[in-house]
Design a protein. Structure first.
Ligand code: FEO
Length: 626
């Protein structure tokens, strides 16, 4: 029974899928099958774009008969003679003996090689740029030699602005009802197979694909209709961009493919150690393959994707292990370029494989071979760990600056004092229990250093507040706060009042009302040694572990004085009392909090999770005395 899909008013998909074929071209595993697309344009003269593989010819002819409804098939365009599209041409001619075959000179010559019928009879020979009109539609033919055979051509419909692209923009995988790329999750479900199709089928012919892309760039294209895989009618450039990268041998991503061939698992062990070291150094994209297990077409595809490749092979009969040798010849045959390559070799009595692997790949253009070959004698030994570390370092250094961020550990990468170099101000943050703004003991306040304006229109700010502060909880409840910007005239007392005691225990405003005002939202602000206040209405709160980041709309703001805004640095240098060095009692170490001056005595190092009991700052702010 026929099974077609309409593409527009007069264009139809009349192709079919094959899920039974295990090896496409008797070479490439296709676990998701393959589609053979064919398109019929019904016009004053009806025109067919390509036939299908013989495995699906039955439904193809049912589709054709169903849509033609007894009308004539005037033209059959042969974009590509390869039998996955052309095998059913013989039967087509038997069924439609008057059909005119459109092809270029090479097409017709090749048809004569594959078929016994006279292909020159009824042939319409076209050249690059030739045009044919079928009534409403006008088609222009463009040669696309070596994408994927010498005779290949694509056709541009100037009416619909469709590009019938032959093998170009094709992919492995069947079309399961949804024939358009925008109907499927292409990136998730098709991209890997599209890359594998490209790399293996036309990967060698980057120059020729570039030539086709240049021709296509001059056309206004609304849809791309390939002979395999989904039709592109939206977001076409995203796929063209992939073709640009693939055809110029530009890696899609910075990352490392580790392809290994291991007989007893020792070379594999070295490959795995390298993978962990790369990961620890911050490489996020690592693809690993046992090339004796994974078909080379999959490995080649990932090699086309990533920037770096490490080939690891045991030495076998004084040469490379066979499965690795197959892969390397495949890589060389597909003209890979622009990569950074390294080797790991193994040999119980003579490790030759590194040198032999490089020999095969040495013709690759614009390729950097790292000198740090890891050489095992049977299994990984201590000296090999050093070699692997050196190779890791060489790989990391070969990445573009900034593209790989080393895995961060607090022990070796984050210097707490670096954060003191960020400029901060100092502010009194105030809030109150919801609905109790009239009662001074319902108010709370604390010192914060992080206030930032995020937009000008409307005026919005963010503040970061330690969750341990009572004021934090008041803001969560009331969704309102005031921020007062302090000046360099501030006294240490204000920090003691708002910073070194908890609003859960004391009323911080008791006896301090004279130094405060109230804004329109009913909350206190500080009007002594301050130069501005801001009233915020919370619009979002994001949890960052110890702190909450509140974003707020500013409902009121006023300048209180011309005093100079107080910086954190100024506070440390001029306001915070210098702690008198205290003799250590009974050999204990003495730490002084650089924020609030709290003195802590300890038998040894303060624990990593130490928090200052007064100001809640961490161990990094505790200075060892003496
Ligand atoms: Fe889909 Fe080159 O054939």
């Amino acid at each position: 029974m026929h099974n077609t899909r309409k593409i527009n008013d007069d264009v139809y998909w009349i192709g079919a899928n094959d899920k039974r074929l295990s090896l496409f071209e008797s070479a490439y595993p296709i676990p998701s099958g393959i589609s053979y697309n064919s398109f019929l344009v019904l016009d004053e003269k009806n025109i067919l774009f390509d036939c299908v593989d013989k495995s699906v010819s039955r439904v193809f002819f049912e589709n054709l008969s169903f849509l033609l409804q007894g009308k004539k098939l005037d033209y059959a365009v042969i974009s590509h003679v390869e039998p996955d599209h052309c095998a059913s041409l013989g039967e087509l001619i038997l069924r439609f003996p008057d059909v005119k075959i459109i092809g270029n000179a090479k097409t017709l010559a090749m048809l004569n090689q594959f078929f016994d019928f006279d292909t020159n009879k009824n042939a319409v020979v076209v050249e690059d740029g030739s045009e044919i009109s079928t009534g409403k539609h006008k088609f222009v033919f463009y040669t696309a030699a070596m994408v994927h055979w010498p005779e290949v051509m694509v056709t541009y419909d100037t009416t619909d602005k469709y590009l019938y692209s032959a093998d170009a923009f094709g992919t492995f995988g069947t079309l399961n009802g949804n024939i358009f790329a925008d109907e499927v999750d292409f990136e998730h479900d098709f991209l890997d197979e599209a890359r594998r199709y490209y790399a293996n089928i036309v990967g060698k012919y980057g120059v020729q694909v570039q030539a086709l892309l240049k021709k296509a760039a001059a056309l206004e294209i609304s849809s791309i209709l390939p002979l395999h895989g989904p039709i592109w009618r939206k977001d076409i450039n995203s796929f063209i961009d992939k073709y640009q990268k693939w055809s110029t041998y530009t890696p899609e991503e910075e990352g490392v493919v580790i392809a290994y061939a291991s007989v007893y698992g020792n070379t594999e062990n070295a490959a795995n150690i390298l993978a962990v070291k790369l990961a620890e150094a911050g490489v996020k994209k690592i693809a690993m393959f046992d090339v004796s297990v994974t078909h080379p077409s999959f490995v080649l595809s990932q090699i086309f994707k990533f920037s770096h490749i490490v080939f690891a092979s045991t030495t076998y009969n004084s040469n490379i292990f066979t499965s690795m040798e197959t892969l390397l010849h495949d890589v060389a045959a597909h003209n890979l370029q622009n990569r950074t390559i390294a080797f790991m070799e193994n040999g119980s009595w003579a490790a030759f494989s590194g040198e032999k692997m490089k020999e095969i790949l040495s013709p690759l253009k614009d390729t950097v071979f790292l000198e740090n070959t890891v050489s095992l004698k049977s299994s990984v030994k201590q000296n090999n760990l050093t070699e692997i570390e050196n190779l890791t370092k060489a790989i990391i250094e070969s990445f573009p600056k900034g593209s790989v961020t080393a895995a961060i550990t607090h022990e070796n990468k984050v210097e707490p004092s670096a954060f003191f170099k960020i400029t901060y101000g100092l502010f009194v943050l105030t809030s109150a229990k919801n609905g109790k703004f009239d009662s001074s003991d319902a108010h709370g306040g604390c010192i914060i250093n992080t206030v930032m304006q995020i937009t000008d229109n409307p005026k919005q700010i963010v503040i970061a507040v330690n969750k341990a502060n009572y004021t934090h909880d008041l803001i969560i409840e009331s969704k309102k706060f005031n921020v007062t910007a302090l000046t360099t005239d501030s006294h240490f007392d204000v920090f003691k009042r708002f910073g070194f005691q908890s609003g859960r225990d004391v009323n911080k405003f008791a006896g301090f009302e004279d130094a405060c005002g109230k804004s329109e939202n009913g909350l206190y602000f500080i009007n002594r040694d301050a130069n501005a206040f801001f009233s915020g209405e919370v619009i979002s709160a994001v949890d960052y572990g110890t702190h909450t980041l509140f974003a707020a709309l500013v409902s009121e703001a006023a300048v209180l004085s011309n005093g100079t805004s107080l910086s954190y640095q100024y506070y440390f240098d001029n306001i915070k009392p210098k702690p008198a060095p205290k003799p250590a009692a009974s050999g204990k170490k003495v730490y002084v909090c650089r924020i609030c001056g709290h003195i802590e005595e300890a038998d040894g190092e303060l624990p990593d999770d130490y928090i200052c009991p007064l100001c809640k700052h961490p161990k990094a702010d505790m200075e060892l005395q003496g």
